[in-house]
Design a protein around this ligand. Structure first.
Ligand code: ADA
Length: 563
């Protein structure tokens, strides 16, 4: 299972991951030598491949007949897909799913080969040596689905609370017609206690959209952090009176709204107490198994946090499913960390960012836990060209999803010219670590500047990073740099000052766990080639700061006015 629930009762599906595949490096000393590896996984975790960059191949076989839909949930970072030796698709982008349909397969066994490239190349604008590890491989699950001539690609549910308190929902459905001729179908949607059927719909060849307005969902429990109530949405597709396909997803009844300096969840002003989290583990790379994801979330809950920022890319759907179930709010962001103006000028940059946004929102639209979309963490935001990228990406987000807010985490105090564009002004600050100022002074400066020349007047202010480094096991009574003691002392001051600020709607700690960074990245500031600002180390062992954060986070309510 690649989700925490079954997505089909009618469509036949088979997970192709969760078993051993043939892996063959195509470059380097071991080129051509095949070995068995588990998929999903990261190739840097295989013995002898810790620093491999280049093309590799992954192969398996499957049984099928007729039309198939193959979905890869994440291949890092470039993939070329071959079925029975024929190239069927290519995709760039490590952290978003893509699917390919292959028609009319003869009954029997077929081969699937995925060529993967994890090298840093000019045409991959979003991947380069960075303050985290860009792992390679088939890092998320692969699903095989048997489809007919017509099938449902996705459903997007948008809940709305009416003035009388009742909930309604809009459900937009995307269907594909794989034939060359028109097809007559009917769609049926069931959500909570309500059901609607379309009249006869004529599907043109290719993609078709159909929208159900005003599904009445009476007596539902709204989704919140304390009560994360989830409801199943089931769409079925009928042809000649027979149900030929189905799709099951989940939604939660909640609305996210801006209100002056606050972001409201079902009318209540949120207080964010969160962690930035990389998908990273010494044993698994970014391909964390479900048990490891669940454990991270268990610690995050124990720490009293109510939110996770998926820095700096869209996350595995298993993680989002669990956040939905646990009532953990998610800031989900597109894939771009610290890309400077020069690199943003790459001819592929804007197109690749927009593709990630499109794929991320299409795939993750229904997760009630996601309250905000983030883009372009600490990227160039100082020239007219850079500003045009932010504007285009925010416009795209708002076109695809007007039911959430959006933002971008910046660090360019005084020179950023984009603060009028997002709904929320988000800032990464490091008082007592990189910055001279205290947190109170920094927030005060930020606030005054945003209200005037910074052009962020009247908007919510969110601290999207705050933290300090500490090496697990290094305890030091004089609180020297890199000691757990100093990290804990700094975090205590940072969090207390931010929590006391009237101007801030909350904070995300940088970061949940220590992570591996690219080998050449800023060597002197990254002892052990790790970004050591985790509250737990890479094996999830708590540092001294754990207790401090837990106490402060647990003392702060989830809303800025208590429920
Ligand atoms: C930035 C960046 C993070 C990380 C952090 C740090 O704010 O967004 O990815 O690099 O700094 O540890 O310095």
């Amino acid at each position: 299972m690649l989700r925490t629930f079954e997505m089909h009762q009618i469509r036949k599906t088979m997970e192709l991951s969760g078993k051993l595949w043939d892996f063959t490096p195509l470059e380097g000393e071991q080129a051509g030598e095949t070995m068995k590896v588990m998929v999903p996984s990261c190739l840097e975790t295989y013995p002898g491949f810790g620093n491999y960059r280049g093309f590799v191949s992954y192969e398996t076989v499957f049984e099928a007949q007729g039309n198939i839909r193959l979905e890869c949930k994440g291949v890092s970072h470039y993939a070329r897909v071959y079925v029975d030796g024929k190239e069927e698709a290519e995709h760039y982008g490590s952290y978003t799913p893509f699917a390919v349909c292959v028609k009319n397969l003869a009954a029997g066994q077929h081969s699937l080969k995925i060529l993967v490239d994890n090298a840093f190349r000019d045409e991959y604008a979003l991947d380069f040596p960075n303050d985290y590890m860009s792992y390679g491989g088939i890092s998320r699950g692969v699903m095989l689905e048997q489809v007919g001539n017509v099938y449902i690609e996705w459903v997007h549910v948008t809940p709305r609370q009416e003035n009388n308190g009742d909930w309604t929902a809009r459900a937009e459905v995307s269907c594909h017609n794989l034939t060359e001729t028109t097809q007559k179908v009917k769609l049926r949607v069931k959500l909570a206690n309500s059901e609607m059927v379309s009249g006869e719909i004529i599907l043109m060849p290719g993609e078709n959209r159909y929208t159900f307005e005003d599904l009445q969902a009476k007596n539902v429990t709204p989704w919140s952090m304390a009560t994360p109530a989830l409801y199943q949405v089931q769409v079925t597709l009928e042809q000649n009176g027979i149900v030929v396909d189905d799709l099951i997803d989940r939604t939660g009844f909640r609305m996210v709204r801006l209100d002056g300096r606050q972001v409201l969840l079902n009318g209540k002003p949120l207080r964010i107490k969160g962690f930035c989290r990389h998908e990273d583990h010494p044993q698994y790379g970014c391909a964390l198994p479900r048990e490891a994801i669940a454990y991270d979330l268990q610690l995050i809950k124990d720490l009293g946090a109510n939110s996770v920022r998926t820095s700096h890319y869209p996350n595995d759907e298993l993680f989002l499913d669990m956040c939905d179930e646990l009532g953990i709010l998610v800031w989900e962001e597109n894939h771009a960390r610290g890309i400077d103006g020069e690199r943003m000028k790459s001819p592929c940059f804007e197109e690749q960012c927009e593709q990630v946004i499109r794929e991320m929102i299409t795939a993750h639209y229904n997760h009630p836990s996601i309250y905000i979309w983030g883009i372009l963490n600490e990227c160039g935001s100082e020239t007219e060209y850079e500003r045009s990228c932010y504007r285009a990406q925010f416009e795209l987000i708002r076109r695809l999803d007007s039911s959430r807010v959006c933002s971008a985490a910046s660090c360019r105090f005084g020179t950023d010219i984009c603060q009028d564009l997002p709904d929320v002004c988000s800032w990464n600050i490091y008082p007592y670590w990189y910055d001279e100022d205290t947190a109170t002074q920094k927030i005060d400066k930020l606030h005054k500047w945003l209200e005037s020349d910074g052009k962020g007047a009247g908007k919510p202010l969110l601290i999207t990073e705050v933290g300090a480094g500490g090496i697990y096991g290094f305890r030091d009574t004089s609180s020297d740099v890199w000691s757990e003691d100093l990290q804990a002392e700094i975090l205590e001051k940072q969090l207390k000052e931010i929590a006391a600020s009237e101007d801030c709607m909350g904070m995300y700690i940088w970061q949940f766990c220590d992570v591996r960074v690219s080998r050449i990245w800023w060597a002197l500031r990254r002892p052990k080639s790790r970004n050591n600002k985790g509250i737990v180390d890479e094996y999830r062992r708590p540092k001294m700061a754990y207790k401090v954060v837990r106490e402060i986070f647990r003392s702060l309510p989830d809303y800025r006015e208590q429920e």
